[in-house]
Design a protein around this ligand. Structure first.
Ligand SMILES: *[C@@H]1O[C@H](CO)[C@@H](O)[C@H](O)[C@H]1NC(C)=O
Length: 311
């Protein structure tokens, strides 16, 4: 038995193949990720501080928005800083524990983000379709329960996949065909047949992604139909805002569908799709929720005025 263990635990680190091996492409990717990451930090922290400081924004919708911003920042921090430093130093090694930690946080934060998107769609649905019940339904207590439940469910989700993967034997292959670690790609390197595990991942991550995606699309359709039926003057404005939300939802979920719902083995194409989840939607969320929202714009002007006063 002990011989087996020794043989099996040969791999103590993985090599991340990254997105490209051309020098020019890597330089481009370096600047691309750097600029987007700075944008993610500034945009999302701006939202969090604005919501905390501005008492006009102390309502469920903005608390959820601030939570979403923190998660966007957290989710992209699981992969993008490492990606940037790998591109800079040309060293793509990740230790086994770091790889596992990365997977864990990606799944917890990605999952909480999904639940928050549902909470926000539900918030908008109640505000638009059931305005008279809004205050009683979206109470502060409801909001806190949403956030707490999201974290609990997603930690359980991540741990329940983890117990299957953490003890997999890795005995040789160590090249991860992506810029970060995730279950499907790590499983492909294990020295046992992981086909049962693939079902665990599909039934777990795959199911969560699909169920969340379809609930979101259905709630947005409800909202759109309600807005359309009441067609008043600012109909087109509501449509533009809602389509922006739907676009971001589709952008966010497509990569997850490809990786977790699609039959294995994964193509190496889907690693490019995940640039969207880690670098692009975390920038788009603050942009669409801020610029298309009157209260946030007022808060921004307020900030600008205060800043001028200080200077
Ligand atoms: C996240 O949501 C909870 C529950 O609504 C809220 O109490 C908390 O202030 C929010 N976090 C931020 C940073 O706004």
């Amino acid at each position: 038995e002990s011989m087996d263990r020794v043989n099996y635990s040969v791999v103590s680190e993985f090599v991340l193949i990254g997105l490209s091996n051309s020098w020019e492409m890597n330089l481009f990717l370096f600047w691309f990720f750097l600029v987007f990451y700075v944008g993610i930090i500034l945009g999302n922290l701006f939202i969090v501080f604005t919501v905390i400081i501005d008492s006009h924004l102390h309502s469920p919708m903005y608390f959820l928005l601030a939570n979403l911003s923190l998660l966007d920042l957290g989710l992209s921090s699981t992969t993008v800083p490492k990606m940037i430093s790998d591109l800079l130093t040309n060293c793509n090694v990740i230790s086994f524990p770091k790889c596992m930690t990365q997977i864990f946080f990606i799944h917890v934060m990605g999952g909480v983000e999904m639940v928050l998107l549902i909470a926000m769609a539900y918030d908008r649905y109640t505000a638009i379709c059931k305005p008279l019940h809004y205050l009683s339904v979206m109470s502060r207590k409801m909001c806190v329960s949403f956030v707490v439940a999201a974290w609990m469910v997603e930690i359980i989700h991540a741990v329940s996949q983890f117990v299957f993967v953490i003890n997999l034997p890795f005995c040789g292959p160590d090249k991860v065909d992506s810029f970060y670690c995730d279950f499907p790609r790590i499983m492909k390197l294990a020295c046992v047949d992981t086909y049962k595990l693939e079902f665990v991942i599909i039934a777990n991550s795959g199911f969560i992604s699909m169920a969340t995606f379809f609930s979101l699309i259905i709630s947005y359709i409800f909202i759109l139909v309600t807005v359309w039926k009441r067609s008043s003057g600012d109909l087109s404005k509501a449509f533009v805002t809602l389509s922006a939300h739907i676009t971001v939802v589709i952008l966010f979920f497509m990569p997850c569908m490809f990786l977790y719902v699609w039959p294995f083995p994964t193509t190496s194409l889907d690693k490019y799709f995940f640039i969207v989840d880690f670098a692009i939607t975390p920038v788009l969320n603050p942009a669409i929720y801020t610029l298309r929202n009157k209260d946030m714009r007022v808060a921004m002007k307020d900030w600008a005025n205060r800043f001028q006063f200080c200077v």
